[in-house]
Design a protein. Structure first.
Length: 478
């Protein structure tokens, strides 16, 4: 590998590309002389590269890296032999070739760029990035399974880059070490089963002390196969759950297993969950995330707080250790039922002086929220919003509609008289797993609902991937 021309020389040789940034898919971004944008797989900001186009449109093209002429100082040797641009490379990670702290900085830039270009919002303060262990962090994963007759083996793992085929993975260092060590035994297990051709997926769910593997099977399992699963469970200290249909059909193979749970020690809270429930992939980061969210939310004992998209109560229960009254709202009745169970269990176990505030849970489709429905949930001084990738558009649009009606903006929707007595939250902490939908919602909050974006920052929940988790704080503009 050579270093090319002097770095002060602005004129690149013909055909070379200068990588100026990285996009949300961890592709290097360059511009041709005619202004056309080129996305280069495997290239890093600051590098001079050659690449061959594989897909071209009028204003952009996608290209494959062929040579690096000037290498970034932040390029590192990937930790995993299955990572790369080679045929059969695993698609589970996209950024192992970039130094870990530089990954965080790149994600911060993605967040800032999205907030400005999509929402026309600039946070007043940039929060320090939340980051932690970069290996062995992935406590939740869906591993594809396929019996490949031509290879004479069963494959268990993530899909290849840009392919429907499963990577021939023998190790995976983003999985916890004890799960990484199971990849080859799992291949042997499925290969020994009569149902080897009808088991397409194994879902991993790790708690603080329990590891569950959920086997998706398209046909009923023979008793001999069930015996193989029981023996594997005994040998490797894992629980098997079986999933013959949708997620709600999942059930334990053996009924005497300990339940899955994770703790939030800062708040004295333990959250129990089923292996098919949504929980954060990275428990180490989740603990820090919840702590920061609560400090930014700063609920007082006189406050009512609403936790929108509350799920199992990951934020609701910690909020209940600080606030006066709490409402958790979620679209899934099954998750609300488990949130209530978690609340009751933690309330019963609460230490002296750490009693939980009065807390209610409601089922509501938050993607169909209206201004009238929002007011029916009552006023609250603080909101915690933690939506899925689709964001919280209907919720913040309802808030914006109320604000527009209150200040009598021309063309604002007519709302009932109580719009003047309903009080919007003074502070909103918004936790996002998609910077694009956060930016869209932030634009509504700032430009139509009367809020300032006082702070924002990234959370590196998924090291070595292009996934950007973030948090933003909004204050009602006095």
């Amino acid at each position: 590998m050579n270093h090319g021309p002097n770095s002060n020389d602005a004129q690149l040789p013909p055909g070379w590309l200068e990588i100026t940034s990285m996009d949300m898919e961890a592709q290097g971004v360059a511009h041709r002389d005619d202004g056309k944008v080129v996305f280069v797989d495997g290239a890093l900001p600051g590098e001079w590269v050659s690449a061959v186009s594989r897909r071209s449109k009028k204003q952009w093209e996608q290209a494959d890296l062929t040579e690096i002429h000037r290498e970034s100082s932040q390029r590192v040797q990937p930790h995993c032999p299955h990572f790369g641009l080679h045929a059969g490379a695993c698609g589970g990670c996209k950024m192992q070739h970039l130094e870990a702290s530089a990954q965080v900085a790149a994600k911060q830039r993605v967040l800032e760029d999205n907030l400005w270009h999509l929402g026309k919002v600039r946070p007043e303060t940039l929060l320090p990035a939340i980051h932690g262990p970069t290996w062995g962090y992935r406590y939740r994963a869906r591993l594809a399974v396929r019996n490949v007759i031509k290879k004479g083996t069963v494959l268990v793992g993530f899909h290849e880059r840009k392919s429907r085929y499963i990577a021939d993975m023998r190790i995976c260092k983003i999985l916890p070490p004890h799960v990484d060590a199971l990849l080859l035994p799992l291949r042997a297990l499925i290969g020994s089963m009569a149902a080897r051709d009808t088991c397409p997926q194994i879902e991993l769910a790790c708690g603080d002390a329990v590891t569950v593997l959920v086997l998706r099977h398209l046909e009923p399992l023979a008793e001999a196969d069930l015996q193989l699963l029981r023996a594997f469970s005994q040998q490797h200290g894992v629980q098997w759950w079986l999933q013959p249909k949708g997620p709600d059909s999942a059930h334990p193979l053996q009924a005497d297993g300990a339940p899955l749970s994770y703790s939030l020690p800062e708040f004295g809270i333990t959250i129990a969950f089923r292996p098919t429930d949504f929980t954060q992939v990275n428990p180490h980061i989740n603990r820090v995330l919840v702590g920061r969210a609560l400090r930014l939310l700063a609920p007082r004992t006189s406050d009512r707080v609403i936790d929108w998209f509350c799920g199992l109560g990951n934020f609701t229960l910690p909020i209940a250790t600080r606030a006066g009254r709490v409402l958790g709202v979620e679209g899934s009745s099954a998750l609300i039922a488990r949130a209530r169970e978690n609340f009751d269990e933690n309330k019963a176990l609460a230490h002296t002086g750490q009693a939980l505030a009065a807390t209610e849970f409601e089922v509501s489709n938050l993607f169909e929220m209206t201004a009238q429905a929002l007011m029916a949930h009552g006023s609250a001084q603080r909101w915690l919003v933690d939506p899925p990738r689709e964001g919280a558009f209907a919720l913040v649009k309802a808030l914006a509609d109320i604000h527009q009606a209150r200040i009598a903006v021309e063309g604002a929707a007519a709302l009932p008289a109580e719009v003047q007595t309903w009080q919007p939250p003074q502070r909103i902490v918004y936790v996002s797993c998609n910077p694009a939908t956060l930016a869209r919602d932030a634009g509504l909050l700032v430009h139509q609902a009367g809020y300032r974006c006082t702070a924002a920052g990234v959370i590196n929940m998924f090291p070595h991937t292009a996934h950007v988790e973030s948090m933003a704080v909004f204050e009602l503009d006095a």
